[in-house]
Design a protein around this ligand. Structure first.
Ligand code: SF4
Length: 439
């Protein structure tokens, strides 16, 4: 069975951490002789790398899997966060016989052995609880281009009451600084110019190793070939003075911070177990802007958390106005089974949640447009990433403040940093005219 397997397709759901895991899975599969296809119909092995943060992607995964009948000659596999929830694992085991391979984020490195067993005819459903040590040196097939993502820690210790991640990804573990620096040095050698450091909470990086995030950033600054450093995600309770200072001292650290607020109401923040107040958050914003006046701030906001009153919601709107975010990811709260927030009785009616998110979006869109229009006339540094998706006659790239900018230019500029004068500010991007190269 499956002796002639050659092609695999991987469908990735969810966050950047999952995208990075898929790169590792691809690297492992190609090391054992598989080739990637974009077309699942042609693939012998189809892997769904799942997310469990929201319910929608879960439903999508099950919908896609139902397309394959039990007895299919394809190997259908599921991995990622979703399978690490006991109830989902049991559902797959008992109701989706066409799935012959299940593994979690903690036994991803075992993939060659697991696949071998499946190819010998076994149905392999194995999810590890946690692992003591992080496995280093796994291969990765990365997206070609100028930017790469590097994990610096896995898991989370925070237990925000709406979030399933600490239950699926386990407790926070930091990678050794030396391993991270070696990986980035290697990426620089291979032509990558921008690095985004990834973790559920990068601000607490190193607490388990006796080091800290700011000193990791200083070390990355010294790697030749890397021109830009970014990171995500930050938790406001762990954002240190040293990190704020790093924005001042490290020229490669881009002037953009994604700092999830979630709610502007202290009562709701408490219910969420976020462990900071609106005042603390505003104080951080003030310090950041004193240190780096033109820093761009983006955030995550949840609307309709259980118990959220109209007055609480207005506090969120107020805070959004006060901070003036460049952009925001806005979410309607949806209960995740197994989290404390799902047990709270005062769940908010769907029509109220929708009405609130429209009001929030209207406000945020106005702020984003205004801030983008304020950029008109400025000359900005842009790392050219490729052709614009919406107009292939143009190039696209990001400003240091992480805004997308499109402009006319030749393909030879891809990978270079250029100076672009902003001519138009739109809701979610800028337009500009190239002025020259940055040496
Ligand atoms: S910090 Fe909170 S929201 Fe983020 S992963 Fe951890 S528990 Fe989830």
């Amino acid at each position: 069975m499956h002796e002639d397997i050659k092609l695999y397709a991987i469908l990735t759901f969810g966050c950047q951490m999952n995208v990075r895991d898929s790169e590792t899975i691809k690297g492992i599969l190609e090391n054992i002789g598989f080739c990637e296809t974009e077309d699942p119909a042609k693939a012998d092995l189809i892997l769904f790398n799942t997310c469990s943060v929201r319910e929608n992607p879960e439903r999508k995964v099950y919908g896609r899997i139902q397309q394959y009948k039990p007895g299919t000659d394809k190997i259908i596999g599921i991995c990622g966060c979703m399978v690490q929830q006991g109830a989902e694992f049991e559902y797959i085991k008992n109701h989706l016989p066409q799935v012959s391979l299940v593994f979690g984020t903690h036994n991803l490195h075992e993939l060659p052995q697991l696949i071998e067993r499946v190819m010998l005819g076994e149905r392999v459903l194995e999810v590890w609880e946690d692992k003591k040590d992080l496995i280093e040196g796994l291969p990765a097939k990365r997206e070609k281009g100028v930017k790469a993502f590097v994990n610096i820690s896995f898991g989370c210790n925070n237990f925000c009451t709406y979030c399933i991640v600490p239950y699926t990804r386990g407790r926070e573990k930091s990678r050794q600084k030396q391993h991270i620096l070696e990986e980035i040095t290697d990426l620089a050698r291979n032509g990558y110019k921008e690095i985004t450091l990834l973790g559920q909470n990068v601000n607490s990086y190193g607490k388990d190793l006796g080091t800290d995030f700011a000193s990791l950033l200083k070390a990355v600054q010294n790697i030749d070939g890397i021109e830009r450093i970014r990171f995500t995600t930050s938790h406001p309770k762990d954002l240190s003075e040293d990190l704020i200072q790093a924005f001042v001292e490290l020229p490669k650290l881009c002037e953009h911070l994604h700092l999830p607020l979630q709610s502007g109401s202290n009562r709701v923040l408490k219910l969420m177990n976020r462990r900071y107040t609106a005042e603390h958050y505003l104080n951080l914003v003030e310090k950041l802007r004193q240190a780096v006046p033109d820093i761009a701030l983006t955030t995550d906001l949840i609307v309709g958390f259980p118990g959220e009153t109209e007055a609480d919601f207005k506090e969120t709107l107020d805070l959004v106005k006060q901070v003036g975010y460049d952009s925001a990811f806005t979410f309607i709260y949806s209960p995740r089974k197994g989290t404390p927030a799902a047990q709270i009785k005062e769940q908010i009616a769907e029509d109220i949640k929708k009405e609130r998110i429209y009001r929030l979006l209207e406000l945020q869109n106005q702020i984003s447009s205004d801030l983008n229009q304020k950029c008109v006339g400025q000359t900005v540094e842009v790392l050219v990433e490729g052709l614009s998706k919406t107009d292939t006659a143009k190039l696209t790239g990001k400003t240091r403040t992480n805004k997308t900018i499109n402009f006319q230019g030749g393909k030879e500029l891809i990978g270079q940093t250029v100076l672009v004068k902003v001519t138009t500010g739109k809701l979610s991007s800028l337009e500009g005219i190239i002025e020259g190269s940055v040496l």
